[in-house]
Design a protein around this ligand. Structure first.
Ligand code: TXA
Ligand code: MG
Length: 306
């Protein structure tokens, strides 16, 4: 990573495609390997709050509280950047997205490196994020020289992104840190994950995290139609099977009904069904609480087609 090389690294959320965040050539490489448009900025990863303070000009009070409670963890903060963070990293924005991943191997790596690391999820732009080193290998092995294998990720969905308008916190991406946890620390918080045009966070782009196959999300009419048709359907369920279709074509994300466990298995289940013999994928809506919100957000975006 010293010379502008990019490699795969584990985090607790999803695997990242990592390069030196202070090196423009590394950033160019990341955009090119991912086939990602340059208007979609990258997240910077580092190992301590003291390090974060080296790259930002100010930390609002609520940001400070969130850092103290949830870093390292599945939380990314948008903070005003200093000049040393290249404009290509932030797509010209004056804020930088920054987080401390909670993964022992990657924290060790970040402590050993003399620079912070820019890392988007290690998937081709628009496809499902990788939660194992094998997922990264399948899609990027001919484009990157190395993948650090840290096992399957423990959270399974990307970090929650929080920015600030003045002193007020705004959630721009639902993710691995639940809103309830954030609100327990800083109080009622605005959620703005659907600004349609010119998105502040392009992770908000409607069509995202998508399998190759058509995915239908929480649509009873379509489900009834599929049950009656000859089309093979693969189904993503929470803790119980849908009545009717063959159970072998259904995946339970958490048989004990735990939303954290479901989040952890979501992307791997989408990949499995995408690679299997189903013609179409159907997903139920999860409870709108805890990580259920992030799960529903990803399924909704995966179901969206232009
Ligand atoms: O959990 C994660 O956050 C993973 C792991 C690898 O850390 N990373 C990740 O990166 O999900 P990526 O690039 O797939 O998603 C980053 C999101 C994008 O939607 C991007 O638009 C937004 O963060 N973002 C980055 N910098 C931003 C900024 N300055 N202002 C607003 N949004 C920003
Ligand atoms: Mg991504």
């Amino acid at each position: 990573m010293m010379n502008g090389l990019v490699v795969g690294i584990p985090t607790e959320t999803v695997y990242g495609l990592a390069g030196n965040a202070l090196n423009e050539d590394a950033a160019i490489q990341i955009f090119s390997v991912k086939n990602r448009p340059h208007f979609d900025p990258l997240i910077v990863h580092t190992h301590s709050i003291t390090e974060i303070e080296k790259y930002v000009t100010a930390v609002p009070d609520k940001a400070r509280l969130l850092m103290q409670h949830f870093m390292p963890g599945a939380l990314t903060l948008l903070l005003k950047k200093k000049g040393m963070i290249p404009d290509i990293i932030t797509s010209g924005l004056d804020t930088v997205a920054i987080r401390i991943p909670n993964h022992p191997l990657t924290l060790q790596l970040l402590r050993a490196l003399p620079f912070p690391v820019a890392a988007p999820s290690a998937n081709p732009f628009g496809y499902i994020s990788p939660t194992t080193a094998a997922h990264v290998f399948e899609q990027l092995h001919d484009k990157i020289p190395y993948i650090l294998d840290g096992g399957a990720t423990t959270v399974g969905v990307e970090s929650t992104i929080v920015g600030f308008e003045g002193e007020e916190a705004v959630v721009y991406r639902l993710g691995g840190l639940a809103i309830e946890e954030i609100e327990a620390v800083i109080g009622k918080t605005t959620i703005n994950v659907n600004a349609a045009s010119n998105p502040k966070t392009p992770g908000m782009l409607k069509s995202h995290y998508a399998p190759v196959k058509r995915l239908i999300f929480d649509n009873k009419t379509e489900l009834d139609r599929l049950k009656a048709s000859k089309e093979k359907v693969g189904i993503i369920c929470f803790n119980k099977y849908i009545d009717g279709p063959d159970k072998n074509a259904q995946v339970l994300l958490s048989s004990r009904g735990d939303l954290e466990e479901a989040a952890k298995h979501l992307f791997a289940a989408m990949r499995t069904l995408d690679a299997g013999d189903a013609d179409v994928i159907y997903a139920i809506r999860f409870p709108e609480e805890g990580l259920g919100r992030a799960i529903n957000d990803r399924l909704m975006r995966a179901s969206f087609r232009e």
